[in-house]
Structures are given as C-alpha cells and as structure tokens.
Ligand binder design. Structure first.
Ligand SMILES: Nc1ncnc2c1ncn2[C@@H]1O[C@H](COP(=O)(O)OP(=O)(O)OP(=O)(O)O)[C@@H](O)[C@H]1O
Length: 729
C-alpha cells in the first residue's frame, strides 16, 4: 500500500465524536532486515509487501499475518519513512505522534530509528558538526535523498518537522513556533537524561498531570531553531547511550531510548483575539532495547545479567499492557510495573497517533523470537486510540488580572514612599487600593495590555533603582561626613556591611573582638526587615524623630505577597536557563527543565500557557520581585536609621539608667529579632558603668567625662542623621 492510500485510510478511520476528534488503531509495521554478511542465508520468511503480509514457512511453522505495512529487506530507509510522512502533516496542528521500534536484539531497531551504523553516520558529510552547521537545510536533505539507506526515522522526522515549520511560516510569517528537544534513556529500570552531563547521571522520576500527561521531572528540554541543532542533540545523546557487545549484536543497545520533540505553535492572527490558542504536540521516537534469551552456556557478568533482567521485565510488561489494551474484556492495565510502559502510557492509550515498527531477523535461529514479535505486533493492531489536537487557551485572565492589581498596588506604594507620606496614611490608602483592586477583578483586561504593563513595570523598576541609589548615596554621605568619629567609623562599617551585603567586614570586626558600643546587623538574615508604621516620638527645635510602633502593619500584607508570590513564581520561572551546546561551541540553546510547575498551576487553577507567554509572565514576575526587594531595602535602611536614632537618643536621655538600658535592650532585640545581633549593643556600656571610678584628676579616663564627650559627639551625629533621615523620608 502506498503512502497516499495510507493517508486516505487514515481519513477513513476518522469518526468524529467531536469536531476534531478521531479514532485510530495503533498502526503496526513489520520490517524484515537483510542477512548480514556472516549469517547463513535461509529462506524461511517471506514478505509480500504489496499485500502487507508476512509468511513464515519453516518446516515446523506455517503462518501468515497481515499488518498495516510489511517492509521487505530491499526497502530502504527512505521508503520506510515515506509511510510515516503523511501523519507528520498533523504535527503542527497539535496532534501527538509516537513511533517505537520493537524486536529482538540485532533485528534492526536502531538501524530503523537512527540510521545506518553510527561510525558510518559520524563520518558522513551530513553529520560532521562543522559542515552541518554551515550547510543549508536543502543540502542536508539532498544528502538524505541521495543516500536512501542512511538516515533513519528520527533524523528524517526531525527534518520533516522543520520542513513543515518552514511551509507554515511561508503561509503566515508571524506564526510563532517553538520546538524543544529531550532525550531519555531507561537503563536498568531507571530514567536518565541523555542530554545532561553524563559523568554523574542522576535518575529522574515520572509524573503525570492533566495538561502534559506523563512527563519526566528534571528532564532538560532544549529549544531548537534548526533541524541541525536537533540532530546535534540526537548525536550527543546517542553517544551517551548504554551499549554492549552481545552474542547477537556487536553494538547492542542496553537501554530503551526516547527522543522527544515538543512543538508549540501560536498563530499570530489569533494574537489579537481574547481567546487565542496554543497548539501543542509531542513526538516520541523510541528505540527499545532488544529482548535476548538468557543463554545458559554463555558466561554472563552481573551487569549484563541485570541489564537483561531489566530489559526483559520492561518488555514483558509492555506485552502485558498491549494484551490488556487489545483485549475485549476490561482487564487491569499494568502501566506502573515498568518505567517504559509508564512513559509510553499516553502513547499506548491516550491521545496519540502511535506506530509500532516490529523488526525481525531473517535467521532461523531467531525464529522463536520472531514469532513472539509477530504475536506482540498482531495484538497491538487491535488497540484503538482516540486522537484529538491539543489546544490550550493562552489567555490566562486570572494571571493578567492579578498582575494588574499588584502593579497598581506597587505603583501607589512607591508613589507614597517617594512623597514621604506617613505610613498611617499609607495604610488608609492601601485599604482604599485594596478596594480598588477588588473592583479591578471585574475589569476586563485584554491580553495585549500585558505588554503595556511590562513597559510600566520597567519604568517603575528604573524609578526604584534611582531611589535606591539615592538612598544608598545619602547613607554613605552620612558616614563620610563624620569620618573622625570612632563610633561613627564603626557605624560606617556596619552600614556598608548592610548596604553591600558583604559579611567580610562584619566578620572582621567581630573577629577583632571589637564589640564596644555598637551593634551589628546580621545581614545574612536581615532580608526580612520591615518598616513598622512611623510615629513621631521626639522633637525639639532642631530635630524631629519618628519611630516605629507595633500597632499597625501596613507592610505585612505586602511581605506576605512577596512570599506567596515567589512560591507561585516557581511554576514558570523554575529551571529556565541557558546551556552551551558542547557539540558546537558557538551555539547556545535555551533550556528549560521539566518541573512541578504544571502541578502548581493546576493547584492554583491557572491554565496552561505558551512558552512565549510564560516568558513574558515570568519576566513580569521577576521584575515585580525585584521591585519588592528594593522596597524592602528602602524599608530596611529606614528601620536601621530609626533604631540607631532611638538607641542614641535613649542613651543621651538615660546615660546611667542601666535598668532601662536592659529593658530597652530586651524590647529592642525582641522587636527586631531579625536584624539586631542581640547582646552586642550596650554590653560594654554597662560594663563601663560598673567599672569603679578612677582618680578624678584623670579626666580622660573618667567614665562620666567619657559620657559627656560621647554625648557631644552623638548630638552632632543625631543632627546629621536626623537631617538625612528627614530628607530621605
Ligand atoms: N535494514 C537494514 N539494512 C542493512 N543493515 C541492517 C538493517 N537492519 C539492521 N541492519 C544491521 O544489523 C545489525 C543489527 O542492527 P541493530 O543494531 O539496528 O539492531 P537492534 O535491533 O537495534 O539490536 P539491539 O537491540 O541489540 O540494539 C547492525 O549491524 C545493522 O547495521
């Protein structure tokens, strides 16, 4: 049957339950490989390729089976691929597609999926990285075309996908299409990422959710813009694959591999629409490890034996799953009994166009295995799948509205802070804002406004940076102005420590045992410093000092939003990173890591979003987190100043009040647990007070005289700090 007939058969099989849903059986193709040079040629298997039949005709067996396709040894790689090609035209419309090669060891699975022997491929012009990079797509395709028996299904599928993308873009140049590549290996019942550094392979785990179905957590997904990047990744993964020389195959694959392509398409014509959709499809291209009989006469190492046991376990489970799925009775389906069946669960029973290519050897000593493969293939033909395109609503209004509310909130907060408005007023305004935000919920926001919000957000970011810089400068100014004062020098260190977030100075001062009359900010834990509402607690003709109280917490809700925000932010931002492609030093591929984000999204009731959308949202979130951090910085600096003033003032007013000092210390430390290193403040001062007076002639050593000097110096310092403080507010 030719590919056109195949495509029309596919059409016939469509029984539309809903508009785009269709039913299709798992397609099963048989491929008989040619005899290898060392094999004895016997005529026991015949392929009637016109009728898609296979005939076993040895002395003990006579059987004939019909499949969707039956390829004889003369049919080359290109001819085989031609039968898959029509199905790939659906790929950009959101249909999933899986091919897996099944068969005993040495039957030609790797040849079918990847291509001719790897050494041959590596030396082939099309696969030498340098040439590949500079070659035009068509040049590579020409070499594929001219060498019909070279590249297998995986490279041809990659090429076809990118050809389809090119065609689609010609029709609609604004269409956004992203392609991601992953490469999984299942070895000894453990899942590994073949595209990660293979020196310390880490076993990964499988998860499932409504939107993505089965997925491997922590798996790298490389964004690829060209088919040759995908081929480079395929080659890199293939090199990492576990192989071993066995009695049947000098390069026997000891693991199952799944090469994955994920394609996301957003039609730009829909971009203006409120309910634009993303079409998302996944291609799984699997080369299974070959089943192998345990030969009692063969001396087999422990590792080889374990491999074999794992391979046979997973293939047996696959057989059981196929049996249950194809049975007319409702049998339990043991997907969970092996990693392979768990990963292929969607392809075997879910929303996927699935193809099994059953490879068989022509040799008589493999006949038992061949019959078992044919039995497996016959059963698989009876599995029916319901297929429909994966379309996702990208307009996540919940997120957009939330972003809008938060941006307004931050904008107003920033505005008030810039104007130095009393937080009591801020609190009132915040309440008002919250009311406004509630009303905003009902406001309709189109997806295009996100762009506008991003711009506004950027503007805010610049403003905040400016404010922060000014504040830092003004802080530094304070300390620079009073370099001669010993205590202030300590304060410089302490504050620089705060500003620069550098613990060195802190440690240095600490190590020197210099703990007199100052306190340290524990910068490592100071991120949580918040500004209590400010109230006036002291004033004279020259200064007015404002202090915090614990009565109101206008910013606590704000901090809460930071926490919940960062938690939620994880679902889009986690694991996005750039990774250098080792195969070509000049190529950098963006990489994302599969994580729990989908679960979190589901939990939060958010809809799935496109990658482009996620990137936009993520950058907004990051921006907002930065804003929040900056606001926190401002608050911290304010709080720092307030505490300092409060302490200095208290000492000036009560120089001998050790009891109050103690009280003060305990209040101070308990209310600012996060920032004050308890015990360092005042401890020396109290010691000084307990020291007996020396000779009154020794004025310099007299503690009272010291207090007086300190009083004068602090007076000056307070004036300076107060000036700066009021300026800053
Ligand atoms: N259609 C084919 N044309 C020419 N050579 C082939 C063909 N199929 C397989 N071979 C050759 O047969 C040998 C075994 O093939 P291959 O390694 O693909 O088997 P396999 O089923 O993947 O084995 P294993 O499960 O042990 O990995 C290889 O040398 C391969 O080049």
């Amino acid at each position: 049957m030719n590919s056109q007939n195949n495509a029309s058969l596919k059409q016939d099989q469509q029984t539309a339950n809903s508009q785009n849903e269709k039913k299709q059986n798992v397609q099963v193709y048989i491929r008989l490989r040619p005899f290898l040079p060392h094999e004895e040629q016997e005529d026991i298997i015949e392929i009637k390729s016109q009728e898609n039949k296979i005939l076993i005709k040895d002395s003990l067996h006579l059987m004939e089976s019909k499949f969707d396709q039956a390829f004889d040894p003369s049919q080359d790689q290109k001819q085989v691929f031609e039968h898959f090609k029509p199905y790939l035209s659906d790929i950009l419309d959101g249909y999933n597609f899986t091919v897996f090669a099944y068969g005993q060891t040495g039957s030609g699975k790797t040849h079918t999926m990847f291509g001719a022997d790897w050494e041959y491929m590596s030396g082939h012009q099309a696969f030498t990285g340098k040439d590949l990079k500079v070659q035009h797509q068509s040049t590579f395709f020409e070499s594929l075309e001219s060498d019909h028996n070279f590249a297998g299904i995986i490279p041809r599928t990659i090429y076809e996908v990118f050809r389809q993308i090119t065609l689609k873009r010609e029709q609609n140049p604004n269409m956004q299409i992203s392609v991601y590549v992953s490469f999984i290996q299942i070895y000894n019942e453990k899942i590994y990422d073949l595209l990660q550094d293979n020196l310390k392979p880490v076993a990964l785990s499988i998860h499932e959710n409504k939107q993505s179905g089965m997925y491997v957590e922590g798996l790298s997904e490389y964004q690829v813009a060209h088919y040759y990047d995908s081929l480079q990744l395929m080659r890199r993964g293939e090199k990492n694959r576990a192989i071993r020389t066995t009695s049947m195959n000098v390069k026997s694959s000891r693991s199952h591999t799944i090469f994955q392509l994920q394609i996301e398409r957003i039609d730009d014509s829909e971009y203006q629409k409120e309910k634009k959709t993303i079409k998302r499809s996944k291609i799984n291209l699997c080369d299974l490890a070959g089943s192998e009989k345990i030969n009692k006469n063969e001396v087999m190492g422990g590792a080889h034996f374990n491999e074999l046991r794992s391979i046979n376990l997973s293939l047996t489970t696959l057989g059981k799953v196929i049996h249950s799925l194809s049975s007319s009775q409702k049998l339990p389906i043991p997907y969970r009994e092996s990693k392979l069946t768990r990963i292929l669960q969607d392809s075997l029973s879910g929303n996927c166009q699935t193809f099994i290519i059953a490879n068989i050897s022509p040799c008589s000593d493999s006949l038992e295995e061949t019959l078992s493969t044919l039995k497996f293939a016959e059963r698989a033909q009876h599995i029916t799948l319901k297929i429909k395109p994966n379309e996702i609503n990208a307009s996540d209004f919940q997120i957009v509205q939330k972003l809008q509310r938060e941006i307004n909130y931050l904008k107003d907060l920033l505005h008030m802070k810039k104007k130095g408005i009393n937080p009591n007023d801020i609190h009132q305004r915040l309440l008002k804002l919250q009311d406004e935000n509630e009303r905003l919920k009902k406001t309709h926001i189109s997806i295009n406004e996100v762009e506008k919000l991003i711009q506004e957000n950027r503007q805010m970011k610049l403003e905040i940076t400016k404010i922060q810089q000014n504040t830092v400068q003004s802080m530094r100014g304070i300390f620079d102005d009073s370099k001669t004062d010993k205590d202030t020098l300590k304060t410089i260190g302490e504050s620089k420590n705060l500003i620069d977030q550098d613990n060195n100075l802190f440690n240095k001062m600490h190590n020197q045992g210099d703990q007199s009359d100052h306190f340290f900010l524990n910068t490592s834990s100071s991120n949580q410093i918040t500004l209590p509402p400010i109230q006036q607690i002291y004033s004279n003709d020259n200064i007015k000092i404002l202090l915090g109280t614990s009565q109101e917490k206008p910013l606590s809700s704000y901090n809460h939003s930071v926490n919940s925000y960062s938690q939620r932010g994880a679902f889009v931002s986690s694991g996005k990173q750039m990774m250098r492609n080792n195969l070509d030093k000049k190529t950098e591929l963006p990489m994302r890591i599969r994580g729990k984000h989908n679960e979190i999204k589901n939990e939060k009731g958010f809809l799935e979003m496109s990658n482009a959308e996620s990137i936009r949202m993520e950058s907004k979130r990051k921006e907002k987190l930065r804003i929040l951090e900056r606001l926190n910085d401002l608050e911290r600096i304010q709080k720092h100043n307030q505490d300092k003033l409060k302490r200095e003032l208290h000492l000036l007013e009560n120089p001998n009040d050790s009891e109050n000092n103690d009280n003060y210390k305990s209040v101070s430390t308990s209310s600012t647990t996060n920032i004050v290193k308890a015990g360092s403040f005042h401890s020396n001062r109290l010691n000084q007070q307990n020291t007996p007076l020396r000779s009154s002639s020794n004025q310099l050593n007299n503690p009272i005289s010291k207090q007086m000097k300190k009083y004068e110096s602090n007076e000056l310092k307070i004036k300076m700090l107060e000036k700066r403080f009021l300026q800053k507010l």
